[in-house]
Design a protein. Sequence first.
Length: 187
Amino acid sequence: MVKIGLIVEGFCERIVLKSPAFSNFLQNHSFQLVGDVVNLEGKGQLNTSRMKTQVQLLRDQGAERVFVLRDMDDAPCLTAVKQEVYQANDVKICVAVKELEAWFLADSTTLTTIFQHEFQFSFPESEPNPLETLKRLRLQHQQTGISDKKLFAKMMVREGFTVERAAAHPNCPSARYFLTKLQELTA
């Protein structure tokens, strides 16, 4: 078992990484989550003394590696985004292209269940604002929008969303990268 810690920038990332489906993924790939999924509540917090303290607390609890998941948003490149996060040899930074909600767009199975009709989204990570697209699609298919993205993330998880399905989408490489980087630890 490889002991890992997880740090995220927001509530939706925490909801996804605390889900039963992701816990099963970790267990099936010989990972032990150390502590809780730490939500630093904003990407601006990922290179602060609070971040360094959280990384050290995870190390103290036995984490061999700490994975950080944050959104790219409108940054010009991944390198710039990664440089905004605390750097250490045992810290791996993974970036959801645009935002985590693009991963939701990539999970056709769960959105088919939610929208109650066949759903496919060709280029989830090319979408300028995935959350706004989800709001529009939910309004179109269910006559209700998304007033709280945390509640929507919880619904996605409850209805079966998995990072693995998002990673299987041919145009969602950031989800695939995230799982690949985890799996490399046990290879």
